[in-house]
Design a protein. Structure first.
Length: 251
């Protein structure tokens, strides 16, 4: 992916990883369009960075997909990079009385269907405008799950599989399909405490490493993975899955 002069559309761009990437891409000389549900944050970002455009969008709303497609055609005809990044995470205890599938349903809506809807709206433009890049944010937990986040990890495993199929189906087009698989990063994904959790990677460090990998094309197998996550990524192949799983899910 080139460093500048891209037209970039990002979902989940109002906070955390999406916002940090949106701001860094804007500062590098790209045209950036950001979405999220929190209008006040979109306004704040546009005020702070003239030229950055915001659009209020709830990826859970299927009716928004054709509207998004029309908006992209009208406002970003040169679109060549999409980051489907909006996501939510919730712990679930399926052994508890009263557990319901409500949280899992919400996760499937946002983390899975939300990405598919963005693909539906944006792929026609990317295919037309190539060379282009379609990225979606999965997680290092796509490869080995944390059992206290069952639907969340499974939603990211879905994306890991789905992106491989998308990459294959687009192989005749100049559209690169990349999977962004962050480790545990200091954002408010699971609440305010995560943003200052010393066990999590500082957001600026993560974004700097991702930008470097994208700019030098260090994306083997279409995956944007930090070196520290390679043992988890390849645990099954390396015969270490059981020990990695046990370390992540103590009895
Ligand atoms: N931080 C980590 O440790 C980590 C690790 C692995 C993967 N990830 C993934 O990274 C992505 C970004 O998460 P983050 O850590 O940066 O957390 P975050 O700060 O909570 O960001 C989540 C973003 O998604 C947006 N969003 C959530 N539901 C939405 C909906 N229904 N419609 C539209 N936008 C929605 C939020 O915006 P609004 O609230 O304004 O809608 C926000 O901009 C997620 O896919 C997450 O699963 C994060």
């Amino acid at each position: 992916m080139q460093r500048s002069n891209n037209t970039i559309f990002i979902t989940g761009g109002t906070s955390g990883i999406g916002r940090a990437l949106a701001e860094a891409w804007h500062d590098r000389g790209n045209r950036v369009l950001v979405t999220g549900r929190r209008q006040a944050l979109l306004d704040q970002m546009a005020d702070q960075r003239p030229g950055l455009r915001g659009l209020a969008l709830d990826v859970d709303d299927p009716a928004a997909t054709p509207q998004l497609a029309a908006w992209l055609h009208a406002n970003a005809p040169a679109l060549n990079v999409v980051l489907a990044n909006a996501g939510i995470s919730r712990a679930e205890d399926m052994a508890a009385d009263g557990w319901t599938a409500e949280d899992a349903t919400a996760i499937v809506q946002t983390n899975i269907l939300g990405v598919l809807r963005v693909a539906q709206a944006a792929l026609p433009l990317l295919r037309r405008n190539g060379p282009a890049t379609f990225l979606a944010t999965s997680s290092a937990l796509a490869f080995v799950p944390r059992a206290d986040f069952p639907a969340y990890c499974a939603s990211k495993a879905f994306l890991h599989s789905w992106l491989q199929s998308l990459r294959h189906q687009l192989r005749a087009f100049p559209v690169e399909v990349l999977e962004l698989s962050p480790p545990y990063v200091q954002t408010e994904l699971t609440g305010a405490r995560q943003a200052s959790d010393p066990r999590a990677l500082p957001l600026a460090d993560y974004v700097q490493q991702v930008l470097h990998k994208l700019e030098v094309g260090d994306t083997p197998h279409g995956e944007v993975l930090l070196d520290r996550d390679l043992p988890r990524r390849w645990a099954e192949r390396d015969g270490t899955y059981a020990s990695v799983y046990a370390a992540m899910n103590p009895a």
